[in-house]
Write a protein that binds this ligand. Structure first.
Ligand SMILES: Cc1cc2nc3c(=O)[nH]c(=O)nc-3n(C[C@H](O)[C@H](O)[C@H](O)COP(=O)(O)O)c2cc1C
Length: 138
């Protein structure tokens, strides 16, 4: 069974609070351990950008669930690749939920300072997530 990495973008559903997003991340962190999933989630009040990695079957099953979740909409796969090396092995699901507070990173990818994952290439989205994972790592 190959190891895969899936990156998708989505739009935060209207009315979803920061507290509810934090609860979602806690659930994801807990559940991913059991399925051998690792990854990273970037968010602001408008968008989610998430990378999930693991055994292909586990990633595909999880993505089916995620794509039906009413807490977001307009889910678009940005990148799906077989990988040799897990990139986010430090986290069952790392997260930065206030990406707009890090304008230095946002403007590296979106010079106008407005983050919109649907407009970035797959590689830029991956590099965006990697940059935030470095911040989280400290
Ligand atoms: C933006 C977003 C990211 C999510 N990430 C994960 C995740 O990494 N792992 C996970 O188990 N569920 C995640 N979920 C929640 C799933 O959609 C789903 O609610 C959860 O897997 C429980 O599904 P179940 O009750 O059918 O088992 C995420 C949901 C959203 C909206």
């Amino acid at each position: 069974m190959p190891t895969v990495q899936l990156i998708y973008a989505s739009s935060v559903s209207k009315g979803l609070t920061v507290m509810e997003i934090k609860e979602l991340v806690n659930e994801a962190q807990r559940d991913n351990v059991g399925f051998g999933i690792t990854g990273f989630l970037c968010a602001n009040s408008q968008y989610f950008l998430q990378c999930i990695e693991g055994e292909s079957r586990a990633v595909n099953v999880l993505f089916q669930k995620i794509s039906k979740d009413v807490r977001h909409h307009s889910v678009a796969i940005i990148k799906y690749s077989e990988i040799e090396v897990i990139q986010f092995s430090d986290w069952s699901m790392g997260a930065v939920l206030d990406i707009d507070k890090h304008m230095d990173v946002v403007t590296q990818f979106s010079p106008d300072g407005v983050f919109n994952p649907y407009l970035l290439s797959g590689d830029d989205n991956l590099n965006f997530i990697l940059a935030f994972s470095q911040i989280r790592r400290g």
